[in-house]
Design a binder for this molecule. Structure first.
Ligand SMILES: Cc1cc2nc3c(=O)[nH]c(=O)nc-3n(C[C@H](O)[C@H](O)[C@H](O)COP(=O)(O)OP(=O)(O)OC[C@H]3O[C@@H](n4cnc5c(N)ncnc54)[C@H](O)[C@@H]3O)c2cc1C
Length: 469
């Protein structure tokens, strides 16, 4: 084929994944998209222009060589593509499913300017799934052991990434995790229909393959202290304890029965397996009418979980407009398709209860948008006299999370900022406590999986440097 005859790469349309129909999927907790076929994956990867200076890589906090793995897909080398990603990212099946690619690698893809960027996330998911289902997970070469011991507190994306990178440098790493399962939000927060638990488990098993030891049911700050770990022979520590503290609205009626924090609601459903009723009979209210407050991923997950747990009507109450919603575009779209009733520019002012102390409704006020505030988003302003009532039996509050206080309250020599997050050096992620580094939501406040992983990587490099100094 001559150069002139060659089809223009951007002429191939962005490929779509097949998914369960909305009517079908609201009745089950199975994953919504079915993923690419080998043919659609190769076609989609062939859209990559193999730019000399790939902007997509600049948009990836875990430094994946994106053009390289896309090229391998076009050659049908799917497992090699997965291994290429694994060089810098230990959790590709997770990232391929939950990363906000539209705000990162795909946002800066050259094709985004002319039309639709390459589906980098869907392709990452595709190759990671092939590697897993074909049993082709491979242990990378690990250098000789350094004899250095590092304690990682928290088995969320930041802790897992930091642990994996340190293990690949030859250090002995132990993760101490408060819960009985590893994964942090990936396991207790994000529902099965977005991120199957078996997939998180496979990626955790990969870290064990690298030699990382994981100790569960270990609440550092309660069962043992960081100082005791140092005294028992650890040379450095990483704190990745996340943002697990629920935030409420501080409005009247939040103590009525039937008001949940999104954390509690999702933990009961996911980690405590209420979603597997009747196999597991975990108590969680299965009310006919549910209101979820918020506009982020946590709110979307709560609303869609409520629907699957049997609600007939689910309202999503958000004080700004559609444009300002922080949730991933795909998840907003999925929630809309599933019939979640979006009540935008609306804010709750009171939760109403019945004489038995259970929720019977929620008083709300309509809002309008004013000038942008400190967050850069338009400030919501209440419209006087616009109050109205929504009849609901359950209210789920998903307006944000604070830093997990368990370890920090017992470790006064780690300096915190005014929001209670760890004050870490922006370059090295060192805390004010010698030999202790921190990263992820506990430093940044509630953010994203990939940002937490990016910080885990930075901290691993800093810890390695510290141990060698
Ligand atoms: C419902 C929900 C949906 C989300 N959806 C998305 C999404 O689609 N895409 C995205 O990019 N981001 C999403 N996020 C945000 C993302 O999950 C977080 O930014 C990320 O998990 C932060 O990682 P982390 O490692 O800092 O903390 P976490 O994931 O919170 O993990 C912290 C771990 O530390 C453990 N721990 C805490 N204290 C102690 C202690 N004292 N001792 C031992 N262990 C301790 C916790 O049990 C937990 O396992 C979502 C968040 C939630 C809550």
């Amino acid at each position: 084929m001559t150069e002139e005859n060659k089809p223009k790469k951007e002429k191939v349309p962005r490929q779509k994944m097949l998914e369960q129909t909305p009517a079908e999927r609201v009745k089950n907790f199975n994953e919504v998209p079915h993923g690419f076929t080998p043919e659609t994956a190769m076609l989609e990867a062939s859209r990559c222009l193999q730019c000399k200076k790939p902007k997509c890589m600049e948009g990836c906090p875990v430094e994946i060589n994106i053009p390289q793995f896309l090229k391998l897909i076009t050659e049908g080398k799917f497992i090699e593509a997965a291994w290429s990603i694994k060089q810098t990212n230990a959790l590709p099946a997770v990232c391929g499913r939950v990363c906000p690619q539209e705000e990162q690698c795909e946002k800066v893809c050259v094709l985004a300017k002319k039309g639709e960027p390459v589906s980098i996330g869907y392709l990452e998911r595709f190759v990671a799934d092939i590697e897993r289902t074909k049993g082709a997970v491979k242990k990378p070469d690990i250098p000789e052991k350094t004899g250095r011991k590092i304690a990682v507190v928290g088995a969320g994306p930041s802790g897992l990434t930091c642990a994996g990178d340190l293990a690949k440098m030859g250090h002995n790493v132990t993760i101490f995790e408060a819960l009985h399962k590893s994964g942090g939000v990936l396991i207790y927060g994000i529902p099965e229909f977005r991120l199957p638990k078996a997939i998180v488990q496979t990626e955790v098993d990969y870290l064990k393959m690298l030699g990382v030891d994981i100790q569960h049911n270990m609440v550092i700050g309660k069962i043992t202290q960081l100082d005791e770990l140092f005294n028992s022979g650890y040379h450095a520590a990483f704190v990745g304890t996340g943002a697990g503290l629920p935030v409420f609205m501080k409005i009247p009626g939040e103590n009525y029965l039937g008001v949940y924090s999104a954390n509690e609601y999702l933990t009961r459903s996911n980690l405590m397996k209420a979603y597997l009723f009747p196999e597991y009979d975990t108590p969680v209210l299965r009310s006919p009418r549910v209101a979820v407050i918020g506009g982020g991923n946590v709110a979307m997950d709560s609303a869609r979980t409520a629907l699957r747990l049997g609600a007939q009507k689910v309202y999503l109450v958000y004080r700004r407009s559609h444009n300002e919603m922080p949730a991933r575009r795909d998840e907003i779209h999925h929630a809309e398709q599933e019939g979640i009733d979006f009540r935008l520019l609306t804010n709750p002012v009171e939760i109403l209860g019945n004489t038995d102390g259970f929720v019977r409704g929620m008083k709300c006020i309509k809002m309008e948008l004013g000038e942008p505030d400190d967050s850069g988003r338009c400030r919501p302003i209440p419209i006087k006299g616009s109050e109205f009532e929504l009849e609901v039996d359950t209210v789920i509050v998903a307006i944000g999370n604070g830093p997990n206080p368990l370890l920090l309250s017992a470790t006064p020599d780690i300096k915190l900022n005014k929001w209670g997050n760890i004050e870490a050096d922006p370059v090295t992620l060192a805390t004010t406590k010698k030999g202790v580094y921190a990263g992820g939501d506990i430093v940044t406040g509630a953010a994203t999986v990939i940002q937490a992983m990016g910080q885990g990587k930075i901290a691993a490099r800093s810890i390695d440097k510290y141990l060698k100094s």
